[in-house]
Ligand binder design. Structure first.
Ligand SMILES: [Fe+2]
Length: 158
């Protein structure tokens, strides 16, 4: 075998290996699927999305609508625990499709922010709050593919 035939064989093997990676690489396939999903509903990126019926989540709402768990009523000035989870079924956290961050507000007042890293975190957190008057808690999260989503829960201060 001369130098040119070695070079041709080397190039052919390289092309085959590259083609194999393109077909079998799960990250690339996931990206392609997610890209297709985002193209299918471009309006998602131009608004804050909310579940149409928070009691019966459907489609993308299941994995994106923030869920707030807390007491329905609390005493003024007394700390209480709140849990925020992205989705009824937690949203996936893979490098091509993940939740960037979750913000929590009491009405218009910013309370806290959770910044997330794909693969190493899950889109859920607990924190302690202290309210002095009744408020609607609002959790807003950002999915890198499906945009902004908001969930709310009213808490009465008694
Ligand atoms: Fe998403």
């Amino acid at each position: 075998m001369n130098t040119n035939s070695h070079r041709r064989e080397f190039m052919a093997r390289g092309l085959l290996a590259t083609a194999g990676l393109l077909v079998l690489n799960p990250l690339k396939n996931a990206f392609a699927e997610n890209y297709a999903a985002s193209k299918a509903e471009p309006d998602l990126l131009a608004r804050i999305n909310r579940a149409k019926d928070p009691g019966t989540l459907r489609g993308l709402e299941v994995g994106h609508a923030p869920q707030i768990k807390s007491p329905d009523a609390v005493k003024a000035g007394e700390p209480f625990e709140v849990e925020v989870a992205v989705g009824q079924k937690l949203h996936e956290m893979i490098p091509t499709h993940y939740i960037d961050w979750i913000d929590l507000y009491a009405g218009e007042i910013f309370l806290t922010k959770m910044v997330l890293t794909p693969n190493l975190t899950q889109p859920v957190f607990k924190t302690m709050l202290v309210l002095r008057e009744s408020a609607a808690l609002r959790a807003v999260e950002h999915c890198n593919i499906h945009g902004l989503w908001e969930g709310t829960k009213r808490i009465e201060v008694v």
